[in-house]
Every structure is written in structure tokens, then in C-alpha cells.
Write a protein that binds this ligand. Sequence first.
Ligand SMILES: *Cc1c(COP(=O)(O)O)cnc(C)c1O
Length: 377
Amino acid sequence: MKRINLLDLAGEYELFADEVRRTANDVLDSQQFVNGPAVGELEQALASRLDAGHAVAVSSGTDALLCSLMALGVGVGDEVILPTFTFIATAGVVARSGATPVFVDIDPKTFNLDPGLLEKAITPKTKAIIVVHLFGQCAEMKRINTVADWHEIPVIEDAAQAICATYHGRQACTLGKIACLSFYPTKNLGGFGEGGMVLTGDEELAGVVRSLRNHGEAKQRYVCGRVGANFRLDTMKAALLLIKLKHLSDFTERRQRNAKLYDELLKNSPVTPPYVPEHHKPVYHQYSILCEQRDELRDHLAECGVGSAVYYPIPLHLQECFKPLGYNPGDLPVSEETGRRILSLPCHPMLSEDDVRHVARCVLEFSRTSIPQSTEA
Ligand SMILES: *Cc1c(COP(=O)(O)O)cnc(C)c1O
């Protein structure tokens, strides 16, 4: 039986393995493992690719978020608003900064922060808003920025899943005050180990992040203006990411092509394909559908040799680690319901058209046999 996995990192690697080995050797020979020239080159390349002004490479997407909060002065006594339907890192960094996460529900169709709920969540303690461009589709930034600007609260974009996504023609990472990318190996620009990037149009803020990355050192060595940490990205990782960056446009287009085919094949079926509002161009970090009998569909796909995954089964307000915040089941119902119905299908760049058709066929086959067909016209 043909197996179609959720990811095919080995398949992608084959496309540039020789170049990676050569470059790795060069870095080894240079012995410049920290602060080598590739770090600055990667920063320049991404700042320019994403029209983002300034870019600061850091040790992970999580550290990019933490650095951003620190640079904005978020700390004990502050509140940070964020969607509850996201990866744990988005909220973990808020807690680690000393601030309190304030969870907001999502829009049931886009899975992104519901802009209509933002105003109600703001208090005099609100110090920042983190929006997540989940699955590679931008949040509804115009409405979010309108509210945030009115209250003069900075917006942090968690673009870990959304590199190259656009919104009204503008790149993700240029839509708020400061933005964060992740180069975790499974991300759309996945690296060779951990890595991340902070991007901002604000030169002063970029300088603060740059200093925080290196223990808060100012321009002069061993002179520290603020408390930072070691948030640096290795030269090796930067050098290898520069190779993968050359494939980013192609890989993104392949994901978009797969998604378009799924959209056609799954329309008029009992599962709900992703909803893309006008003026959004998602990059399909995940292709996530909604299905009433999600767990049964997942089992069926596994029997067909098709990988799938649930992002995310438990919204963050119901996580054990946030129990002291006092949320209860039912508090943020859209996220809770979405967690029961969502399923991500393989959408990676190495899929052939036949692979996509095969996955869609398996989904439709399940739908025909297991889901009561709607009797409505
Ligand atoms: C992956 C991810 C992160 C964290 O990035 P790491 O590089 O794994 O630390 C943060 N937020 C979201 C939405 C992510 O998908």
C-alpha cells in the first residue's frame, strides 16, 4: 500500500543535500560557529524577502516571541492577549515573561483570533496583543490593528507558520509592531535544528532585540544595559537556512497548488475545507479540514496509509499548566469545538497530484460510508 505521510523532510532534503554538505564543510573549516557571516546574510535576505525592515536571528521561534515581549517591556503585572487556539509556545512565553496570558476565542471559519472579541479583553493592564497566523493564513489584521491602535497597544505577529503568507498584498511579518518566525524543521522554512527570527520595521526596537539576544550587551563588550540571555542562532544553522531559502518560493507554490486541488476535490463533501477570506493568500503550513467524526476519519485515513494530525486538541485555556488562571470548559467554546473537529491532511511540497487525489479519495470514501448525507438542498 502506498504511504502518504504528513511530512516528507527526507524527500525535500534530497533536492539540496550536496549543497548542504559542501556548505556545512565550509562552516566547519571556518571554525566561526557563533556570529559568523551567514547570520547577518540570513537576516538581510529575510528582511528583504519579507519587506520587513530589520531582522534579528535568534535561537528558536519561542525565543523570538520571548525576546519580542522583553523588548516591548512586558513583565510582571501586565496582561497579554492571545488566541487560545494555538501552539503552547505562544502562551508559554507570556507566562515566562512574568505577565498573565488573557485568552480570546477564535473565528470558527478562519481559526484565527476573533477580532470582534478583542475590545472586551482589553484592560488597563494590557501591554501587548499576540496574533497567530494559524496554519499559514493571516489573522484579520485590519480590524485587530484598529482596536490595538485606538488603545495604543503593540501587536506581535506569531508568524511561525506563515512565512510568505500575504494579507491585502502585504507580507506576514509586516502587519504589526514586531513579528516572529520559527525555523523548526517542520515549518515552511524549516532548518537543521532549532532557530527563529524577530522582524520589525522599528529600528530602535530591533536594536533592543539585538542586544537582548546577546545578554543585553550594548555596543561595547561586557557593558550591559539590560538583562538579556543567550538567544543567538548558530552560524551553521544560518548558512544551511540560506540554502533552503532558495527553495522557499517553489515549496510555497507547491503547497498552494496542493491546497487548490484539495479545495476542488472536497467541495460539496461533508467535510469543510479551509475558509480563505478575500485578500488573503495563505501558505498552508497545514491544510486543516473540519469533520464531525474526526477521530473515525483519522482512523480510516491511517488504514489507507495516509498520515494526518490534530492541531490542536486542547485549547490553551484548558491546559493543566494554566489552571491557576481559572478558566473552565465552555469559556471559549469555538476553540473547544474546533479542537474536537479539526484534522490536518498532508499538504507538503513533495506531494504529487496523484498523492493529493488519493488522499481526497480516501476522505470522500469515508464520508460516503460514515457520514449521514445532508438532506438539505
Ligand atoms: C512552532 C511554533 C512556535 C514555536 O517555534 P519554535 O521554533 O518551535 O520554538 C510558536 N508559535 C507557533 C504558532 C508555532 O507553530
